[in-house]
Design a protein around this ligand. Structure first.
Ligand code: NAD
Length: 482
C-alpha cells in the first residue's frame, strides 16, 4: 500500500514496495503561490539509489518483464495509463501547488499528456517489428532490437509528470526497467507514478522511484548497473552527466536548456503573433525549455511589436495557479525567483528599454514567488540577457535590419531547441525556419506535437523524445549470424 497522506513522502518506491526511509534527509516543499509548507519528502542518496538499481537489474535479468512480449508490455502499460488517469486531477493540482503552473496547463501536461504518451507507446510497442532476418554470405542474420537495459531517468521540476513519462513510456515499450529520480521541488507528485504502477500490476522492480537531489542523481549516473541515462534539465547538469556517463560508456539522452527566437518577419500578422504568446512565450511563466525569450523584429515594426507585448502583459492575471481566472502563476521557488529577478536587474543596469515589469515584486502579491512579466526592448543579442537561459517571464526584443541578419541573430546562441517564424507567407516562413539550427521550429505558432520527435541540437541536447523515434533511444541492435 502507498503511504498515507499525499503530502508526506518519507518512503521510496523500490522493488514494488514502499520502503521506509531510515534517518532520511528531509526536503520541505512549499506552495509556490503562498509559501505555506505543502509537505515533506525524503531525499535518497547513493544507498537507496543502489537498492533501486539492483531491483531494476533483477527485474530485467531474472523477472518476467525481461521475457515479456511486446503485447504483454502493452497490456500492462494500458492498465498503468488507466490508473494514472483516475488520479489525473489530484496529480495536476499537486504539481500546480508545487511549481506554480496554472491549472489548465497542469491538467494538459501533468494529467492528460502522460496518459496519452503511455497509450501511444503501448500501440507502438505492438506495431514494431523487433526482429528481422536478412540473407548473409553464408546463411542469414537475425537482427534484433533489444531493450537497452536499466534506465536511470532524471528529470526537472517544470513539467514533472510529462518529463518522467517521456522516459518511462518508451522504456517500458522497449522492455527496459527504470529508476526514476524526480527533482526535490516536485517530489510530492512523483510517487503518484508508483501508486499507479502498483495498482496496474507492474511487476516489482520494473519502475522504481527515489526522489533526491544532485547527490542521488550523481549516484544513479555513476552506478555500474545502469545502462542508459535519460535526462531533462539544465545544460550545465547535462554536461556533467554526459561526462560522468562517458566514463562507463552509458548511453545518454539529454534534453537541455534553450534560448529560442521568435522571428517576426516584415509581413507578419501581429494578431496571429498575439494569439501565440500564451504557448510560444509565456507558457508556465517562462519556465519552459522552448520559451521564445528572444523576439526578433524588423526595425520598422519594433514599436508595434512592443505595443502588442505590452497589451498582452497588461491583460495577464497573476495569482494562485489553481484559480481559474489566473493566467500567470509564480516561480517554483524563492531561489529561482531571485535568479530571474537578478536577470531583470541586469537588463535594467545595461540600459535596455524597460517596457513592462521590472525587478520589484508585482503589486498586491506579498506572498508567493511571483515575478512581474518583464519586456525589454532594444536588446543587444550579445548581452547576457539575450544569451543566457532565464527560465522566467522575461522577454528580450531584438531589432534587425534584414532577414539575413534575423537568421544570423537567431543562430547566434549556443542553444538550439525551439523557435518560431511569423509570416503571412508560409513557404517563405518554412525557408527561414530551415535556416535556423534548432531541433524544433514553428510557423506562426509553437506547440509541441507528441506524435513527432522533440529535442535539441548544440547545447540543447542529444536525442529525441516523443513519436515513434523515441523508442529507438531505448533499444539496442543485436545481430546473430546463422
Ligand atoms: P537542473 O539541471 O538543475 O536539475 C534537473 C534534474 O537533474 C534534477 O532532478 C536535479 O536534481 C538533477 N541534477 C542536477 N545536477 C545533476 C548532476 N550533476 N548529476 C545528476 N543529476 C543532477 O535543472 P532545473 O533547473 O531543475 O530545470 C530547469 C532546466 O531544465 C532548464 O535549463 C530547462 O531548459 C531544462 N528543461 C529542458 C527540457 C527539454 O526537453 N529540453 C524540458 C524541461 C526542462
Amino acid at each position: 500500500m502507498p503511504p498515507a497522506g499525499g503530502a508526506d513522502r518519507r518512503q521510496f518506491y523500490i522493488n514494488g514496495q514502499w520502503r521506509e526511509a531510515v534517518d532520511p534527509e528531509l526536503f520541505t516543499i512549499a506552495e509556490a503561490a503562498t509559501e505555506r509548507p505543502l509537505g515533506v519528502a525524503a531525499m535518497g542518496g547513493p544507498s537507496e539509489i543502489g537498492e533501486a538499481v539492483l531491483a531494476a537489474r533483477a527485474a530485467l535479468d531474472n523477472g518476467p518483464w525481461g521475457r515479456s512480449t511486446p503485447h504483454e508490455r502493452a497490456e500492462t502499460m494500458r492498465r498503468f495509463a488507466d490508473s494514472l488517469e483516475r488520479r489525473g486531477e489530484s496529480t495536476a493540482r499537486l504539481v500546480s501547488q508545487q511549481n506554480g503552473m496554472i491549472w489548465p496547463l497542469s491538467i494538459i501536461s501533468n494529467a492528460a499528456a502522460p496518459v496519452a504518451i503511455l497509450r501511444s507507446m503501448a500501440e507502438l510497442a505492438e506495431a514494431r517489428t523487433f526482429e528481422t532476418r536478412r540473407p548473409s554470405k553464408k546463411g542469414h542474420t537475425i537482427v534484433r532490437q533489444e531493450p537497452v537495459g536499466v534506465v536511470g531517468a532524471i528529470v526537472a521540476w517544470n513539467y514533472p509528470q510529462l518529463l518522467a513519462m517521456a522516459k518511462i513510456a518508451p522504456a517500458l515499450a522497449a522492455g527496459c526497467t527504470i529508476v526514476l529520480k524526480p527533482a526535490p521541488e516536485t517530489a510530492l507528485d512523483a510517487y503518484v507514478l508508483g501508486e499507479a504502477a502498483e495498482d496496474a500490476g507492474l511487476p516489482p522492480g520494473v519502475l522504481n522511484i527515489v526522489a533526491g537531489g544532485v547527490r542521488a542523481g550523481e549516484a544513479l549516473v555513476a552506478h555500474p548497473g545502469v545502462d542508459k541515462i535519460a535526462f531533462t534539465g539544465s545544460t550545465a547538469a547535462g554536461q556533467a552527466i554526459g561526462e560522468a556517463a562517458g566514463r562507463s560508456l552509458k548511453r545518454v539522452s539529454l534534453e537541455l536548456g534553450g534560448k529560442s527566437a521568435a522571428v517576426v518577419l516584415p509581413d507578419a500578422d501581429l494578431d496571429v503573433f498575439a494569439r501565440s504568446l500564451d504557448d510560444a512565450v509565456f507558457k508556465n511563466g517562462g519556465q519552459t525549455c522552448t520559451t521564445n525569450s528572444r523576439i526578433l523584429v524588423p526595425h520598422g515594426r519594433s514599436q508595434e511589436v512592443l505595443d502588442v507585448l505590452a497589451a498582452y502583459v497588461d491583460d495577464l492575471a497573476m495569482g494562485d495557479p489553481l484559480d481559474d481566472a489566473v493566467t500567470l502563476g509564480p516561480m517554483v521557488s524563492d531561489q529561482h525567483r531571485e535568479r530571474v529577478r537578478n536577470y531583470i536587474r541586469l537588463g535594467e543596469s545595461e540600459g535596455f528599454q524597460l517596457v513592462r515589469g521590472g525587478a520589484e515584486p508585482p503589486d498586491g502579491l506579498t506572498r508567493g514567488w511571483f515575478v512581474s512579466p518583464t519586456i525589454f526592448g532594444g536588446v543587444d543579442n550579445n548581452s547576457r540577457l539575450a544569451q543566457e537561459e532565464i527560465f522566467g517571464p522575461v522577454i528580450s526584443v531584438i531589432p534587425y535590419e534584414s532577414e539575413d541578419e534575423a537568421v544570423r541573430i537567431a543562430n547566434d546562441t549556443v542553444f538550439g531547441l525551439g523557435g518560431v517564424v511569423f509570416t503571412e507567407d508560409h513557404e517563405h516562413g518554412l525557408d527561414i525556419a530551415s535556416r535556423i539550427r534548432s531541433g524544433t521550429m514553428g510557423i506562426n505558432y509553437f506547440s509541441m506535437d507528441m506524435g513527432s520527435p522533440f529535442g535539441g541540437v548544440k547545447h540543447s541536447g542529444i536525442g529525441r523524445e516523443f513519436g515513434p523515434e523515441a523508442l529507438d533511444y531505448y533499444l539496442e541492435y543485436r545481430s546473430i549470424y546463422v
